[in-house]
Design a protein around this ligand. Structure first.
Ligand code: DC
Length: 211
């Protein structure tokens, strides 16, 4: 079974994808991490993330980079969003993602274009979203817990900028796949979001939802 989980930054899609992978015994790939690795590698080369050739050269990042803590930072998230607009970068990362999705038994992948480009034939497609205010509050809390100080307004502005870039780019923009189930987590906490996502998968695959 292939489960595609798409959605904007800080919507909760990563948490949901991980929980679905655990619940259904499937391997999970956070595809955003690949774009983050490219963005971070560009910065290590002191390159320009907006330059298509320099961003493409950074797709040869070493696998060990995927475990680097700096990949989780807001700064790297911004670089990832910038390198992800280049069609060459997307093409260079395509095969790796499709191979993961196509492994025997299936997989859970989360990102922006899983249901549309990477695995258009996925058995279940979820589009996880939440209001920008709710996403900014969650992101603020995460950063606060890590000891990083940013105002709510700064985070909200950054999310809006990244949403705009991810939604309006020409190559594989963030859109709701036609056959996706939209899960709005604005009013849901983590456990309720996960429970709702599990119910979607159970229903989509003809299994009985939990009582
Ligand atoms: O999910 P994330 O915040 O880690 O993603 C970082 C950036 O990577 C995001 O702003 C856009 C890009 N991305 C993408 O274009 N396609 C994906 N499948 C995953 C991420």
């Amino acid at each position: 079974m292939i489960i595609a989980v798409d959605g904007p930054t800080a919507s909760g899609k990563g948490t949901i994808a991980k929980a679905l992978a655990r619940r259904f015994g499937l391997p999970h790939l956070d595809t955003g991490l690949l774009y983050r690795a490219v963005g971070y590698q560009v910065s290590l080369y002191e390159g320009d993330p907006d330059n298509p050739a320099e961003a493409l050269a950074a797709t040869n990042f070493p696998d060990e980079l995927l475990g680097h803590p700096e990949l989780r930072s807001e700064a790297t998230g911004g670089l990832a969003s910038r390198v992800s607009v280049h069609p060459g970068v997307r093409k260079a990362l395509l095969e790796r993602q499709q191979k993961f999705a196509g492994q025997p038994g299936g997989a859970v992948l989360d990102g922006r274009d899983i249901g549309t480009v990477i695995a258009p034939n996925a058995d279940v497609k979820l589009f996880v979203t939440a209001s920008v205010e709710a996403r900014a509050r969650r992101r603020w809390q995460e950063m606060h817990d890590r000891g990083e100080s940013h105002t709510l307004l700064e985070i909200e502005d950054d999310l809006r900028r990244r949403d705009e870039r991810d939604r309006t780019r020409a190559a594989a923009p963030l859109v709701v796949p036609e056959d996706a189930f939209v899960l709005d987590t604005t009013e849901l906490d983590k456990d309720a979001s996960i429970a709702a996502a599990i119910d979607v998968v159970l229903q989509a695959t003809g299994q009985q939802p939990c009582p």
